[in-house]
Design a protein around this ligand. Structure first.
Ligand code: ZN
Length: 465
């Protein structure tokens, strides 16, 4: 594998990458018409179509999806017998959030201390530019792509409105691939090649308690009267033990994370934990964050402190969520949560539990020809052993891909390392991450195409006389 030559080619394309990212960041492509004009997303999509056409994706187009956003897709056929790889990204971005906290203009790519700042510089426009750079390098070096490439970039990922999730199943053949690269995560740290191999699922329920037909004076009635707020707090308290471990009947909570460790000090900083406040749970940060279920109280209906009165409440409610690690389905976790809460309703309070949402965890490819090619390519590009991390949040599209293409290998990586501050003010990208990741992706496409073709011809040998 002529890595030195390809490495040089990618390096020579970084000025172009910077120009691309400058143009792309300038589109205020927040997919919410209340925040930015929809033309901004349209222009970003059109820009991407043009770049793809230049690269040989002659059928590149921006297609409407059910939520009204457009996904950009196109393909270039590879040599016969080669596999198909789908390259995913999204061109919409988070709103600026805390506009006064931005040090340089939000929509103008600005270099500071070697990093490039601007909304979307990493999430996910940096990844789009990374894809373009990898593909340009292959074109420049070999004149063609080593396998069939399908490109897919969605326009409403950050809104969670699910346009692409609904678009994929009825367009399954259009996007079908042997390997799907979901490029919207990043390395554990700059220069440390990292595959994100799991995503937690999530479920939530609403618990409603009623004790009285109306709120009553706490002086005249408090004492024998059951306080539903205290009853709710008792029920919620049972979701954790005194050390902060999640304790839901029937749900294991002692799993361990096999990949990279997440240093507690770094986690404290990333999570904005105040000095003197302890992290909770028996286990490493990675165990608790990526391998075990976690119950969180998302909201409680009780009177706010200011404006409260001397009364026992008639009733109360809470929304409880559980993040679900691989090995447990979203529904199993939800059933366990409902049973657990039902079994702990005190004092004969009336209790209703409504199931709100459920989504399964996701496990990416951990073995197979694409995984092997990716591991070797990341390690070659970065000069460092590859590691794996999980992600606490969920990407529902990954489950759609897994259900639609059960045989495809799905892998998550990208340029969004922790210093990027994605979704926060002062988002940035490290251009060396774009460069290394583009090299890794280009190497991967070559290596995967070659090894798959070799396997295909090896498998064909017994048929020859
Ligand atoms: Zn993203």
């Amino acid at each position: 594998m002529p890595v030195a030559s390809l490495r040089g080619t990618v390096a020579s394309l970084m000025e172009q990458a910077r120009t691309d990212l400058t143009e792309l960041v300038a589109f205020r492509s927040v997919a919410d018409a209340q925040l930015e004009p929809p033309e901004e997303c349209e222009k970003a999509a059109q820009w991407l179509v043009e770049k793809l056409v230049e690269l040989g994706f002659s059928d590149a187009t921006a297609a409407r999806t059910p939520d009204g956003s457009k996904c950009v897709h196109g393909h270039v056929p590879g040599p016969p017998g080669t596999p198909t790889v789908l390259l995913y990204s999204h061109y919409d971005v988070q709103p600026p959030l805390g506009e006064t906290h931005w040090i340089s203009p939000i929509w103008q790519l600005t270099e500071r201390d070697g990093r490039w700042y601007g909304r979307g510089a990493a999430d996910c426009k940096g990844n789009i530019v990374m894809h373009l750079t990898a593909l340009r390098a292959l074109r420049a070096e070999y004149g063609e792509f080593p396998c069939t490439i399908k490109f897919l970039s969605e326009g409403s990922e950050e809104q969670g409105t699910g346009g692409l999730e609904e678009f994929v199943p009825p367009n399954a053949d259009l996007l079908r691939a042997d390997a799907i690269l979901v490029v919207d995560t990043g390395n554990f740290a700059v220069g440390i090649p990292t595959l994100t191999t799991t995503l937690r699922g999530m479920t939530s329920v609403d618990v409603r308690l009623a004790a009285l037909s109306s709120a009553m004076h706490s002086g005249m009635f408090g004492g024998p009267t059951p306080d539903p707020v205290l009853g709710l707090i008792k029920m919620l308290d049972s979701l954790h033990d005194e050390r902060g471990n999640t304790t839901i009947d029937g749900l294991d909570a002692n799993q361990t994370w096999p990949g990279v460790d997440y240093p507690a000090e770094q986690f404290r900083r990333d999570a904005n934990v105040l000095d003197g406040v302890e992290l909770v749970g028996d286990g490493s940060v990675a165990d608790l964050l990526w391998a075990r279920p976690t119950a969180t109280v998302l909201g409680i209906d009780i009177p706010p402190v200011i404006g409260s009165s001397a009364a026992v409440q008639a009733g109360t409610a809470a929304r409880v969520s559980v993040r679900v690690p691989p090995g447990i389905t979203g529904l199993q976790a939800q059933d366990a949560l409902v049973e657990h809460l039902r079994a702990r309703v005190p004092w004969g309070l009336r209790c209703e539990i409504e199931r709100v949402s459920v989504g399964d965890p996701f496990v990416g490819s951990l073995r197979g020809p694409a995984y092997d090619a990716m591991k070797a390519s990341m390690e070659e590009a970065c000069g460092h052993a590859m590691t794996t991390e999980g992600q606490g949040g969920s990407i529902p599209l990954c489950n759609v891909f897994a259900n639609t293409y059960p045989d495809a290998e799905i892998m998550l990586f990208g340029v969004e390392e922790p210093k990027c501050l994605i979704h926060a003010p002062n988002e940035s990208v490290d251009p060396t991450e774009i460069e290394r990741t583009a090299l890794a992706e280009a190497l991967f496409l070559r290596r995967y195409a070659t090894t798959t073709r070799d396997r295909a011809s090896a498998a064909a040998v017994p048929e020859q006389r």
